[in-house]
Structures are given as structure tokens and as C-alpha cells.
Design a protein around this ligand. Sequence first.
Ligand code: TXA
Ligand code: MG
Length: 320
Amino acid sequence: MKGIDKIGTDVAFAAQLLEEDGIVAIATETVYGLAANAYSESSVMKVFEAKQRPSFDPLIVHTHSIEQVESFTSEFPAELKKLANAFWPGPLTLILPKNNKIPNIVTSGLKTVAVRIPRKTRTLELLKKLPFPLAAPSANPFGYISPTTAQHVIKQLGDKIDYVLEDGDAEVGLESTIVGYEDGQYIVYRAGGISIEEIEAIVGPVLLKNHSSSNPKAPGMLASHYAPKDVRVVHAEEFDGEDDESIYYLRFDKKLKNIPGHRQVILSKSSDLTVAARNLFASLRQLDEIPSCKTIVIEYVPNKGLGKAINDRLKRASAH
Ligand code: TXA
Ligand code: MG
């Protein structure tokens, strides 16, 4: 199989590939993931290789139930279980102490493991069929933007993976929110698909320590495999050049009046942050694929709710 032929809905086939140490892209509500048997070092190694991901960046383990989580962790603190009960299945990842079922390659040697239950039906069906959980980072080459459709996965990793178990587009569009609990304090390591406000509504004040990586993490690395180029992303407030035909605009809810409409992409006409999050990565890809586009001038969205995670990704896309 090549390219687009690798996209399908055959859960049994995907399960068989994974049982045989293959790597399979899976749909989740946040972004597509590139999955391997989390208990198999050799199969997880293939994920790192396909993504060209450095071994110091640990993976998230995807599971179908709290019972399964308890089989590969040494403790599930009540403080974090509260969040699991509130948001799983959904875009929340919890940091838990691992036991020795999880090989060190998955956690980059850390004693903790990142865990979540995703929300897509077909992916949950697959997870229930398998006798092991799935280690899966986002299904993009390291440093590139995360994929929100099966086609995004194929375009960049099609020749490196065995199959894409398709299950519609990612409806959240931002990676999961990563939360841990240390020394009596909730810590958010990555803002994501569940807003900080939603988490605080359940557990009270949290500490935001946005240290963990999210793509795109390398400056000027939006360019995709199939159309390699170097698009510069700058913030509207910092853009000091004159407008010309090579400059495109990613806007929150309104087009600029003085710029031709075909060089502007709107994230949400109705000013809805949920819609903006869903459209963010596909919009960046869309602009990146326009041959004449050399610079993308982006605008921050309101910094509340999902807006915080959107602004975090925009900041990373434009990091120098
Ligand atoms: O929504 C998501 O989380 C998607 C889908 C596929 O589930 N996955 C995803 O994976 O975004 P990835 O590999 O792109 O990001 C995982 C992040 C890493 O940046 C890593 O730093 C953090 O999770 N992480 C993994 N294990 C960790 C741990 N033990 N402690 C703290 N952070 C951890
Ligand atoms: Mg990623």
C-alpha cells in the first residue's frame, strides 16, 4: 500500500498491524497520533524513527479505561482521578507514576508516564481490542505542525507508516492539556484542548508551567515535506514590513479592510474560540501550501479559555 491507499476504517486490520509491532496512525479528537504497542520497545522505537523525534521527548500512552491505566501505573492519586472522571474520554493527559510494564523508551527514562483516554469511537474500539495500550505522539515529523486530518498524516508520513485508522477530522484541533500533581499542587505542563478555567472549576487554582513541547517547535519550520519552504510567521503587533503579494494574514474573526481577501484566512467568523482551535492547524497548513506565501502575519486571539492554548501554539509557530 502507498499513500492515500493506507487510509481506512478497518479496526481488525489496524489491531493486527499493531500486534505485529507495526505503527498505525490513529484519530483522536485533538490531533492524529502515530501509535505503537506501548509495551514493546522495538515498536515504540519505530515511532521515534518515523517522526525523527529526539529520544528525550517522552510519549503519551493512550488507553480505554481507568482499569487499564491502573495496570501500568504504580499509583493513581485521587486528586488526578477527579480530573480523569471529569474529562475522560477527552483532551486531558495526566502524569502518573509508571510501573515496569512501560519501557523507558516511552517516558525518556522518566519515572512518570503521560496517559489519556481519547474520545474517537473507532480509536476506542481499537484500544479495547488490544491487550496493550498505545504510545502515540502527534503524527507529524518532529518540529512540524500537528495533523488534524488523515490526509495531513499521509502527506507527511505516508511512506513511513503502515496504516491510518481514519475516524473523521479532529474536532478539538489542539493537543491535550497535560496535568500533573506534585507537592500538593496541580501543575499544567501544556495548555490544550481543555481550558485552564475548566480544570480550575473542578480542582481550584492550578500552576501553569508550559514547559512541555508542542509543535511546531522549531522556528520557520512550518513548511511541509511535500512543499518545502520557509514561511516566516510574525505577530501583527511585531510586523514592521509593507504589505505585498507574498504576505498572508491569519486572523481571528475579521478580515483587514485594506488587504485583498484572498490573502487572509479567518479562524472563526463568529468569534468562537472552539471553532478557532479546530481550524488553527489546518489554516496554517493551508497558508504554508500556497506557493507565493513567504510570510504569515498572525493575530493573537482573546487570551481566555481555549484562547490561551491557541496563543501558545501561535507563539511557538513564530518563535525565533
Ligand atoms: O492530544 C495529544 O496529546 C496528542 C494526541 C495524539 O493524543 N498527542 C501529543 O503528543 O500531542 P506529543 O508527543 O506531540 O506531545 C506529548 C507531550 C510531549 O511534549 C511531552 O513533553 C509530554 O507530552 N510528556 C510526555 N510524558 C511526560 C511526562 N512523563 N511528564 C511530563 N510531560 C510529559
Ligand atoms: Mg506533537
